[in-house]
Design a protein around this ligand. Sequence first.
Ligand code: ASP
Length: 341
Amino acid sequence: MHNKKVLLIYTGGTIGMITDQSSGALRPFNFSQITQQVPELLKFKCAIDSIAFEKPIDSSNMNPETWVSLVKMIEQNYEEYDGFVVLHGTDTMAYTASAVSFMIKNLSKPIVFTGSQLPIGIIRTDGKENLITAIEIASAYKNHVPLVPEVALYFEYKLFRANRTTKLSAHHFNAFESFNYPILAEAGIDIDYRFNVINPLPKDKKVEFQYQFETGISVLKLFPGISQDTVTHHLAQPNIKAIILETYGSGNATTEKWFLEAIEKAIQQGIIIINITQCKSGKVDQTKYETGKGLHKLGVVGGSDLTIESAITKLMLILGNTSDKSKVIEQFERNWVGEKG
Ligand code: ASP
């Protein structure tokens, strides 16, 4: 008798590909035959079912519509399964996983994203270990309570909080990092769960799914020498509701008059400006330097230690639900599921 049930959802990406014998090219394999590729799955104590996107996609083609399709699959199966493993291309996995963490309120079951750098059919693949351990984590319960009741990302022996991750390497097996939050678990001979940093079960048991996104946002990465033209054109784009400024260090930007005036004008026109640092670790503090204070005084919203992936997906989801500027800012600044310090 299997005691736990896990649903495997294949969206696309390298992990689900095999080499076509005739052409030598990589192509997605029929996911319903996953146990032929990974016979180890038959040895699990939990029951594993799998479903796949009708047309598996490279994760570069993910967008809010595909996030919605994915979360609908989870919602439709939420009661029936104890945990979910999402197989996803690594390129935008941090975005999708962050978005999913914000789309589901009061999540009380594990959702573990994973993928691989080498296809599962290749002899040196990292896909088998990633898949097998992700299933183990998604089915891990003690006294009917899941060990990881949150959206997580498992890669190369480490379990991360999904909305804290960034893809770091296009080459190494350890492709992901979470710079501003400790790992949730590490897999060795045993899986060592760090319960002090894992989200507890939500008090409110009623799970809720949110599906409305507003994509009218943009990211402006500052660099020394950025021209006035570039900045003013960027801020003047039509139908833009919010702009994320990627600033330096602890949230600093040039104090040139034309720059601050352009930001001020955009804010007066109702555009929300968010400050996220280009640094991978550390956080925005707009009161630390003169170069940050200018932005703070104009009403730029400090993004704390959010990753750019979290900032983008959280902002799109909030704007999909309200256009009231003060509500957007209030919701953005609130910590939803441990995405910020
Ligand atoms: N381009 C692939 C994707 O993100 C790479 C991968 O799966 O790792 O879908």
